[in-house]
Ligand binder design. Structure first.
Ligand SMILES: [Zn+2]
Ligand SMILES: [Zn+2]
Ligand SMILES: [Zn+2]
Length: 327
């Protein structure tokens, strides 16, 4: 994530800040990708602490406008959990805007989010996060850190976060956008396998007996089906690009990272991955000083790098490859 500053006094402003130390309101303009003065605020500013400006099409910002269903807010912690989940969503959408996904320059479809809670006021409901026909279901209950951590341990996952959930589920939506572009599907199938394989059976087999990721997959879940391999691969591309971008925004220096390096503008995915991996190794060393866990506990094998590079080419180049036509 880039660094932002207050348009009034120039002090550093963090992405989610609503107020500057100087007392001025902060509003993030997702089109301009900076904090602006004098913008109409999103209608969810007070209720959900959304600091984005309203989109020209209405009272909500473009992120809140994508949330078509929200939980009953006066039940349990739903209000706090939704606000927290929406924060993670804005972060991921701001990352994707760097490659012109869902910006004004992008004529294609937008996802619709069903932001659901397990707590409905009546009987608790089970929620499966996922994507189908442009609708992304997010379980806001997982914005509760303790609940999420328990599930992470139970599932034996190395990493689980709301930002990660959004990156993964949006990746499924991006597959649907990309699959209609010339040449995408044959190249995808050569790299990830045939996504027409029985999805339900594949997931059942995975949960009955999870496979080791080995050399070819980034996570165990990625082994379950080509669709999940793609979603995990894209999520890791987004993790690593954002790690590199955040590192560069701090103006920290490291051998091998050029001054004035712009990770989202990098066209050589392998170079981006090498740089991001070096950064994660360095930060892991710092984390050990406090006995914290590793920043990025994954190994980027050669086959995994090829998959991430494939996803990078399509995610970064989608507008050029679609010839400006809506996909
Ligand atoms: Zn200020
Ligand atoms: Zn908003
Ligand atoms: Zn998935």
């Amino acid at each position: 994530m880039k660094r932002f500053s207050c348009p009034h006094c120039g002090t550093r402003a963090y992405f989610h800040n609503l107020l500057c130390l100087c007392g001025e309101d902060l509003t993030y303009d997702p089109g301009a990708r900076r904090m602006v003065a004098e913008a109409a605020p999103c209608a969810n500013r007070d209720s959900l602490a959304c600091n984005w400006s309203a989109h020209r099409d209405g009272a909500l910002c473009q992120s809140c406008a994508m949330s078509r269903v929200v939980p009953v807010l006066n039940v349990g912690d739903n209000h706090r959990l939704l606000a927290s989940a929406e924060r993670a969503k804005r972060w991921v959408l701001a990352n994707l805007a760097e490659w012109d996904w869902f910006t004004d320059a992008d004529p294609g479809r937008r996802p619709r989010f069903l932001m659901l809670s397990e707590h409905t006021g009546g009987r608790d409901q089970q929620i499966t996060m996922g994507h189908a026909d442009g609708e992304i279901t997010i379980n806001v209950t997982e914005a509760d850190e303790l609940i999420r951590l328990k599930r992470q341990l139970k599932l034996g996952e190395q990493y689980r976060s709301m930002v990660g959930h959004f990156r993964h589920e949006i990746a499924h939506f991006l597959f649907d956008r990309l699959k209609v572009l010339p040449d995408f599907l044959p190249a995808f199938r050569a790299m990830f396998g045939d996504e027409r394989a029985d999805y339900g059976a594949a997931l059942k087999a995975h949960y009955a007996d999870p496979r080791d990721p080995g050399e070819d997959y980034i996570t165990s879940y990625a082994t379950s089906h080509p669709h999940e391999d793609w979603a995990e691969t894209v999520a890791h591309l987004l993790h690593l690009t954002d790690v590199a971008d955040s590192f560069c925004s701090t103006h920290l220096a490291m051998p091998g990272v050029p001054d004035d390096y712009h990770p989202y503008a990098e066209t050589d995915a392998y170079r981006l991955l090498t740089i991001a991996a070096e950064i994660t190794i360095a930060v892991n060393d710092i984390n050990r000083a406090l006995d914290n866990s590793d920043l990025y506990p994954f190994v980027l094998t050669v086959p995994v790098r090829h998959k991430i590079a494939f996803a990078h080419g399509w995610l970064q180049g989608h507008l050029a490859r679609s010839d400006g036509k809506a996909a």
